[in-house]
Design a protein around this ligand. Structure first.
Ligand SMILES: *Cc1c(COP(=O)(O)O)cnc(C)c1O
Length: 243
C-alpha cells in the first residue's frame, strides 16, 4: 500500500467510527447513514485511494468540474454513485441529469421546471433533495422556509422523485437548532431523508436524524483553495505515524 492509500483508509475509518458513535446515540448504526465523500477541488489521484479504501459515494458541487474527472473514474470503478451537492444553474440541468445519480440542491421553481424537462428528455428520473435556506441567509442557495411546502408539492406534481430535505446551516454558529428545524420540516412533509452535516458537525447532524452526511475535509484533508473553516476536520487528520 502507498502512503496515500494508508492515509485514505485511516481517515475513512476514523469518520466511520465517529459516525457509528453518533448513530448509536440515535438508535441506529453507521450503516444506516450514507457517507457522501465531497471531492470538490480534489483531483482523480486524491480520489482514487479513497475508492480503493472502499468508499463508493461521492459528491461534487460543480457540474463542469465533475464532468472533467468522473467519467474516467467511472470507467475504472463500476459501482460508484455521484451526488451533486452544490448550487445548480437551470441551463446546466441537462448536464446534471446526465451525470449525477442524486441532486441535493433543488431550491426554486425555475430549476424544478428545468430538471423536470431534462429528466423527461433523458428518460431518466434523478432523485432529488430540496435544499432549504435554513438560516435565512441572503447570499445562500436554498428555498426559503416559507416557500418549501409549495416547492415540495410542485416537485411531486412534476413527478420528480423526492428523497428529503438538505441544508447547509450558517457558519460559525451552533448548527443543532438548524438541523432540528430541518428534521421537523421533513417530518411534517412525510419526507424520510435528511442531507445534513459536514466535517465539522456531522456527529451533531446524525444525532438529530441525518441520513446523508456530506464530508470533504475530514476525508481528504484541507482543500487547497478552500476558505479555512475553524475546527473542521478536527482530530481527523493524523500525522503521528512517523513518531
Ligand atoms: C464542500 C461541501 C461540503 C463538505 O464540506 P467539509 O467541511 O469539507 O466537510 C458539504 N456540503 C456542501 C454543500 C459543500 O459544498
Amino acid at each position: 500500500m502507498t502512503t496515500d492509500s494508508i492515509e485514505a483508509a485511516d481517515r475513512l475509518a476514523q469518520v466511520r467510527d465517529a459516525m457509528g458513535r453518533a448513530a448509536r446515540l440515535s438508535g441506529r448504526t453507521a450503516d444506516d447513514i450514507r457517507l457522501i465523500a465531497v471531492s470538490k477541488t480534489q483531483g482523480a489521484d486524491a480520489i482514487r485511494p479513497l475508492i480503493e479504501a472502499g468508499q463508493r459515494v461521492f459528491g461534487e458541487n460543480r457540474v463542469q468540474e465533475a464532468e472533467s474527472k468522473w467519467p474516467g473514474l467511472r470507467e475504472e470503478f463500476a459501482d460508484l454513485a455521484l451526488h451533486l451537492v452544490g448550487q445548480l444553474q437551470s441551463n446546466k440541468a441537462g448536464d446534471a441529469v446526465a451525470l449525477f445519480d442524486v441532486i441535493h440542491s433543488l431550491d426554486r421553481p425555475s430549476l424544478l421546471t428545468a430538471l423536470a424537462k431534462a429528466m423527461d428528455a433523458a428518460g431518466k428520473r434523478v432523485p432529488c433533495y430540496i435544499q432549504v435556506n435554513i438560516g435565512a441567509e441572503e447570499q445562500k442557495g436554498g428555498c426559503a422556509i416559507a416557500d418549501t411546502p409549495a416547492l415540495i408539492r410542485a416537485a411531486r406534481d412534476a413527478d420528480i422523485p423526492l428523497l428529503g430535505l438538505m441544508c447547509v446551516p450558517p457558519a460559525d454558529v451552533e448548527p443543532a437548532p438548524f438541523f432540528a428545524l430541518l428534521a421537523k420540516m421533513a417530518r411534517e412533509e412525510g419526507l424520510e431523508r435528511l442531507s445534513m452535516g459536514m466535517s465539522g458537525d456531522f456527529e451533531t447532524a446524525i444525532m438529530l436524524g441525518a441520513t446523508d452526511i456530506r464530508v470533504g475535509t475530514a476525508l481528504f484533508g484541507e482543500r487547497p483553495a478552500a476558505r479555512p473553516t475553524p475546527g473542521s476536520g478536527r482530530g481527523m487528520i493524523r500525522n503521528s505515524r512517523a513518531g
